[in-house]
Design a protein around this ligand. Structure first.
Ligand code: FAD
Length: 499
């Protein structure tokens, strides 16, 4: 019989990151990898992380997972975007949708025409030109039509789900495809004396598990990448000072289910509201320098629509990331690799991105430096861009009602963000990048949503006659309104899907 030459992949941790990695490798790289996952029920998982981005759809599709089965088991609802309240100023709100605002005319971005119109007088908010936003506000949902240029196809969607159900769901998928699981606590890591690579992990019951490639999915503990490999942490808490969250579910209110996540700015951070089919997830993300744990819990509970269904749970974290996510034969995925607060639901996306890149760069018998460097460069770029985008939500504010908002409004921001904001203010242009999260529509939604209206716009937007532009905008506005009027109620759509 031929020897099994596949790489022995050992995954430490069975939270969302660990089981996403195991499921993806067992499905997509089974010819190259033998997957062994170690987790400790005694330690448990972080168990939050309920709002996602549309990319997750591609992940589950690529793994051959049936969307309806996944949604039923995780009590998922559909998500068209995030509504931000009180960020720019108290009383203001906007939705950051998954999809464009309006549609380009003659190759020029829609927002340039909207700005021209806006300067000329009262016009509907830019959100009225987005099918996703109008549907979200009407609590309506249907999967988008195949044609992304059609008004009923010009939006994306993601899921809101029960974070404690996702990892077990993926576990079943991974184990059915050959992934092996061991229960136990890792207490020691063995390393090769000459090159520093990890050779094996030891469990509390004496078992020793050898491997060729180790994936650290141990969450905030970062046992391998931080502990064994000692990779430095790049701290971003001076820009993103929130370092705690308190979370508690409550019962769903009667009536419709919002097909969007809510982020509501608070005195020392913000709170989330994520509607699922069986309950609502809530949490207050705050800066401990400005608010005590007790005050945060009281504020969270006071804002719930109904009594909490479980004891509020406090979590601690720090914004930042590992200097390198892949060092030697240890690669980190999920919270072990970095943490950016869930303001834009980016963590699960970051885990997914790392897994996709790992599969692209999957090592042969030994890890090639070029693959590792390529992987680290991509991960860095993703983290840096998301970091800037999150800082924008805090810095672009007129709030001066608390020490927290005074701090973030007046703090020095990264040069990379300062340059982007200057370009926007002057020209209404969004800095372009070809790869990664948050492209033009996202930046436009947050800039305008938080009240940064640029001084100018693309001069080509001045070309159409005013009447012709009026008619084009009115046509789009009316077309979106009637496309949304034809969509089912979100709750009814979920029920029909589940039937
Ligand atoms: P964990 O869930 O912590 O899993 C770690 C695993 O490692 C566990 O199985 C544990 O048992 C194991 N382990 C640890 N030490 C050992 C050991 N010694 N031996 C054996 N096993 C060990 N993300 C989003 O995308 N959207 C959101 O809305 C969102 N909201 C969030 C809100 C908060 C407050 C926080 C803190 C995070 C949020 N996230 C969100 C992030 C999301 O929760 C995580 O990215 C996701 O759950 C992945 O976590 P993980 O698997 O890396 O870590």
């Amino acid at each position: 019989m031929e020897a099994d030459r596949r790489i022995r992949v050992v995954i430490v941790g069975g939270g969302t990151a660990g089981w996403m990695t195991a499921a993806a490798l067992a499905t997509l790289a089974s010819g190259a990898a033998r997957v062994h996952l170690v987790e400790s029920a005694e330690i448990g998982i972080v168990g939050v992380g309920e709002a996602t981005l549309p990319h997750l759809r591609a992940f589950i599709t690529r793994l051959g997972i049936d969307e309806a089965a996944f949604m039923a088991q995780t009590h998922a609802t559909f998500k068209l975007g995030i509504e931000f309240s009180d960020f720019g100023s108290i009383g203001e709100r906007y939705i950051h949708p998954f999809g464009p605002l309006g549609r380009p005319l003659a190759g020029v971005g829609f927002h340039h025409y909207w700005l021209r119109h806006h300067r000329a007088g009262a016009v509907p908010p830019i959100g009225d030109y987005s099918t996703g936003i109008v549907a979200a506000q009407a609590l309506r949902f249907a999967r988008p039509a195949a044609d992304p240029d059609a008004l009923d196809g010009a939006y994306g969607y993601a899921y809101q789900f029960d974070a404690t159900r996702f990892a077990p769901f993926l576990r079943a998928h991974a184990e059915a495809r050959g992934a092996v699981r061991s229960e136990g606590r890792v207490i020691q890591v063995d390393r090769n004396e000459s090159n520093g690579d990890v050779t094996a992990i030891r469990l509390d019951d004496g078992r020793r598990i050898e491997g060729d490639l180790f994936i650290d999915c141990s969450g905030f503990r970062a046992l391998l990448i931080g502990g064994a490999m000692g990779e430095a942490w790049e701290d971003w808490s001076h820009w993103l000072p929130c370092d705690r969250a308190v979370a508690a579910p409550c019962a769903s209110p009667p009536g419709g289910i919002e097909p969007y996540t809510r982020a509501i700015a608070m005195a020392a951070g913000w709170r989330w509201r994520i509607p699922l089919t069986h309950r609502v997830g809530n949490g207050y993300v705050y800066a401990s320098a400005h608010l005590s744990d007790g005050e945060a819990t009281d504020a969270l509970v006071a804002g719930l629509e109904s009594p909490p269904l479980a004891e509020p749970r406090t979590l601690r974290f720090r914004a930042g990331r590992r200097r390198r996510s892949w060092v030697g034969n240890v690669l980190s995925v999920g919270l072990a690799s970095g943490f950016l607060e869930p303001l834009e639901s980016t963590s699960i996306y970051l885990a997914q991105m790392a897994i996709t890149q790992l599969i692209e760069h999957f090592p042969d018998a030994r890890v090639a430096d070029a693959d590792r460097d390529g992987f680290n460069a991509l991960v860095d770029a993703e983290y840096d861009r998301i970091r800037d985008f999150l800082i924008l939500h805090y810095h672009a504010t007129r709030r001066d009602d608390s020490p927290f908002w005074n701090h973030v409004r007046t703090m020095t921001i990264p040069d990379s963000l300062a340059e982007k904001m200057a370009l926007w203010r002057e020209t209404a242009q969004v800095s372009r990048y070809s790869h990664g999260l948050f492209l033009e529509p996202s930046w436009v939604a947050v800039y305008l949503g938080q009240g940064i209206v640029p001084d100018g716009w693309d001069p080509r937007a001045d070309l159409p006659e005013a009447d012709a532009l009026d008619r084009a905008l009115a046509g789009l506005h009316g077309g979106i309104a009637s496309a949304v009027a034809g969509m089912p109620d979100h709750k009814a759509y979920l029920a029909a899907d589940a039937a």
